[in-house]
Design a protein around this ligand. Structure first.
Ligand code: WAQ
Ligand code: MG
Ligand code: MG
Ligand code: MG
Length: 260
């Protein structure tokens, strides 16, 4: 693709609180349709219709765009969220995250990771050894941003997810987000579950593991959800990591295996 790429981002709020966010990295002919779809989605959110919607369109610097790959996906079936959280902690330890840090992340997400006990707009940054929170703003968190699929990769992904009954926006977007997070050298792993009350599945992602879905990481009806990005020991400059997560564009043109 030699055409100019645009970062298209939607951020919606309701009652002064974050409701929904989504984004694409795309070329000009797709902007109008994709922007309309993002508006529609903010208005039809399961936690209520958006009261304020911001749409941002920004050309990205072609020289800064990196190419990316989606992680391989597999599913671990668990009977309930307690079993899911235990399995998530064990997976994180396999990826080199200390038991202390894994527990700290799970406990924080369970309580609602922002100081007000609500979900954050972005993710926590958690030191993979000490479990300490490293993000400068614990209400906002850190956003993974400026990533997207090429049209060819998007079509192939939908085809492969469909074959497994997994072609829904949660899975598609989470895979893209995980690819962006794992492309940042200072990040060792990610843990996530949704803030949508009816979506109980979540995942652990790491380069060694790929993207491992857990069928339950929270009880049905729970609105608290969020993400933890685990920062590698000896990572150096935290602001550099945040800059890469939020601003370095990643165009994903290759997808991984979609397992059962
Ligand atoms: N960067 C950082 N954190 C984010 C971002 C982002 N771009 N987008 C969302 N978050 C955080 C924020 O705290 C949200 O409250 C939380 O994640 C959950 O976001 O079946 O739908 O969009 O394979 O509700 C997992 C899919 C779906 C599991 C996760 O998350 C599967 C999901 P949601
Ligand atoms: Mg989302
Ligand atoms: Mg896309
Ligand atoms: Mg959500």
């Amino acid at each position: 693709m030699n055409e100019t790429l645009y970062s298209l981002r939607m951020h919606a709020s309701r009652g002064g609180e974050h409701l929904s966010g989504a984004e694409e990295l795309t070329t000009q002919p797709h902007l109008e349709t994709l922007a309309a779809a993002l508006v529609r989605r903010a208005l039809g959110h399961p936690r209520g219709a958006a009261e304020s919607i911001q749409i941002t369109v920004e050309a990205v610097d072609a020289g800064r765009v990196r190419r990316g790959v989606l992680p391989d996906l597999r599913t671990l079936s668990v009977t309930d969220f307690r079993q899911g959280r235990k399995a998530a902690a064990a997976l994180l330890e396999t990826a080199g995250i200390s038991a202390l840090a894994a527990t700290a992340a799970i406990t924080a997400l369970e309580k609602g990771a922002s100081p007000s006990g609500k979900s954050m707009r972005g993710a926590m940054l958690i030191d993979a050894t000490s479990g300490k929170r490293l993000e400068p703003d614990a209400s906002r968190g850190v956003r993974a941003s400026r990533m997207g699929l090429t049209p060819g990769a998007a079509a192939l992904l939908r085809e492969r997810l469909s074959a497994r009954g997994l072609d829904n926006p949660h899975v598609r977007e989470a895979l893209v987000l995980a690819a962006k997070v794992l492309s940042v050298p200072g990040i060792a792993a990610e843990l996530c579950w949704s803030d949508d009350p009816d979506y109980t599945a979540g995942y652990v992602a790491a380069l060694q593991l790929g993207y491992v879905r857990l069928t339950h990481l929270k009880p049905v009806g729970e609105e608290r959800g969020g993400r933890a990005f685990f920062v590698r020991p000896g990572h150096g400059d935290i602001n550099g990591i945040i800059e890469q997560l939020e601003r370095s564009p990643l165009l994903i043109d290759e997808i991984g295996a979609i397992g059962g």
